[in-house]
Write a protein that binds this ligand. Structure first.
Ligand SMILES: [Zn+2]
Length: 92
């Protein structure tokens, strides 16, 4: 987003499910009203992940479900998912 200072910069895709933030899904909000910079409201409820037992594989399967992806695209997204904050760092 142009004109937004760096400290306000947010991920464009949810770092758990990789949906487009503020496009497909809204950002998660904390109890104090601030936005999560990394996660959508479906994945993170401001206190913790809504599905704490969700695995990387399940999240990835959901993401590619219904999408017509080439083998190459699947490989690309698999790598993207491995590097998402939740799956890489397990952090909020
Ligand atoms: Zn999400």
């Amino acid at each position: 987003m142009p004109g937004v200072p760096d400290r306000e910069k947010k991920s464009e895709n949810c770092q758990s499910c990789f949906k487009m933030l503020n496009g497909t899904v809204p950002y998660a909000t904390f109890n104090d009203g601030t936005y999560s910079h990394y996660y959508c409201a479906q994945c993170f409820d401001g206190i913790g992940f809504t599905e704490s037992n969700l695995s990387l594989n399940t999240a990835f399967s959901r993401f590619i479900a219904g999408k017509r992806l080439s083998w190459l695209a699947r490989m690309k997204y698999a790598r993207v998912f491995q590097n998402l904050r939740r799956w890489k760092m397990g952090d909020y």
